[in-house]
Design a protein around this ligand. Structure first.
Ligand SMILES: NC(=O)C1=CN([C@@H]2O[C@H](COP(=O)(O)OP(=O)(O)OC[C@H]3O[C@@H](n4cnc5c(N)ncnc54)[C@H](OP(=O)(O)O)[C@@H]3O)[C@@H](O)[C@H]2O)C=CC1
Ligand SMILES: N[C@@H](CC(=O)OP(=O)(O)O)C(=O)O
Length: 360
């Protein structure tokens, strides 16, 4: 890529925002030019406004950057804006920037269900960008649009599901049980007295998100290029149960799947399909794409959050314990780094693919 794009980060002081900063400060073609947060932080240098919680130091280049309020005026000169905003404020800020002809890549949930906004896991469905002209047309836009990335637990689940559908055809049933890290609830998150020595078997609206988002991501786009298919041609049922566990980063999902076809693959064939799975982010040369989308662990006790979440900078997913299921067909465990591929890495990789494919 011989072009440079001006990028901004909204919610730059938060858990996801800090990951954006680390990801973008030395990027080959994204130049970080503006940081935004709430009015509590605006006007202060980044180093004063943020409570930095990363093991890597704050990049020198951002320490003294003055935080701006997240107004359209302050970010309208960016080509791309990444949003790590709280969902209760993200909606109007993101749509205002879209109307100012900015490409917005959001972690927030606000537009995931919009019928014209692509919900994109960069390891799976960047082809959903074909809907962007249909999003722009009614608003009279030439450049501005919103792309959402998925919920972090959905992201973990759908990558192996996409690989299975690519090799063996549609799935019919999926049952998923999560063990989700504390960082998923932002900073400071759950009180230590609630989560230490404990498991909390409830995460508000997470189960519904995992089920619904899976249909949008794994379904295609209808031939009119103006609507999503939501996996309706081959009905899929997903049932999710979500739990918070005392792990800092790394969401694990135990999944059982049933194929629509009567010809069921063996666990060995499933492992081969996982190992061979490739995505467009790799073929277009997105700098954040992992060399291996799905790392298959053959040891009987892997993947584990502490040992495997930072493999490939958390840009791929880890799968293990692939075996037959006596009720469904196959079961396995998947681990994804919720604050990397589950959040900031997804947005950045989505934008890299969009830029490399000429959508920016
Ligand atoms: N944590 C995770 O694993 C994941 C989070 N997400 C989503 O990403 C988003 C951010 O999450 P997270 O980083 O955990 O949240 P945090 O609470 O850590 O950060 C929130 C950010 O939003 C800013 N903000 C809050 N209110 C306003 C406002 N009124 N105007 C402008 N900025 C504001 C905060 O600024 P200030 O510091 O000034 O208050 C801060 O920068 C959420 O929508 C979340 O659901 C998505 C996937 C995974
Ligand atoms: N709810 C997720 C994190 C999150 O913010 O999800 P979403 O982007 O769907 O709001 C978790 O608790 O782990």
């Amino acid at each position: 890529m011989n072009k440079e794009f001006k990028v901004g980060v909204l919610g730059a002081t938060g858990t996801v925002g800090q990951r954006f900063i680390l990801h973008l400060h030395n990027h080959p073609f994204f130049k970080l030019v503006a940081l935004g947060a709430s009015s509590r932080s605006a006007g202060q240098p980044y180093i004063k406004a943020t409570r930095w919680k990363q093991s890597k130091p704050i990049p020198e280049s951002v320490k003294d950057v003055i935080i701006k309020e997240c107004t359209t005026e302050n970010f309208k000169d960016c080509d791309i804006v990444f949003s790590g905003l709280d969902h209760d404020v993200a909606g109007p800020i993101e749509s205002g920037l879209r109307e100012a002809q900015v490409a917005v890549f959001s972690n927030a949930k606000n537009y995931r269900r919009d019928p014209l906004v692509p919900l994109v896991v960069p390891l799976i469905n960047t082809d959903h960008y074909k809907i962007i002209p249909a999003q722009q047309e009614p608003l009279g836009l030439k450049k501005g649009y919103i792309v959402a990335n998925a919920n972090c637990s959905t992201t973990a689940l759908v990558v192996p599901l996409a690989a299975l559908e690519k090799s063996f055809g549609p799935l019919e049933l999926v049952q998923a049980t999560t063990l989700q890290a504390i960082s998923g609830s932002g900073y400071p998150g759950l009180p230590s007295l609630d989560i230490l020595d404990n498991v909390v078997p409830y995460i508000g609206s997470e189960e519904d998100k995992m089920e619904w988002e899976t249909y949008k991501i794994l379904g295609g786009i209808n031939p009119d290029m103006k609507s999503f298919e939501y996996h309706q041609a081959s009905p899929l049922k997903v049932s999710a149960s979500c739990n918070r566990v005392p792990v800092i980063d790394g969401h694990m999902v135990c999944a059982s799947v049933k194929f629509a076809s009567p010809n069921k693959p063996t666990p060995e064939q499933v492992m081969e399909a996982f190992k061979n799975y490739k995505c467009d982010a790799q073929s277009v040369g997105a700098p954040s794409a992992p060399a291996q989308v799905i790392t298959v662990h053959e040891e009987e006790d892997r993947p584990q959050p502490r040992l495997d979440r930072d493999h490939q900078n958390g840009a791929g997913v880890n799968v293990g314990r692939v075996r037959e299921d006596s009720i469904f067909d196959i079961k396995f465990v998947v681990l994804a780094n919720n604050v990397q591929i589950g959040a900031a890495t997804s947005s950045v990789m989505n934008a890299e693919v969009a830029a490399l494919q000429g959508y920016v």
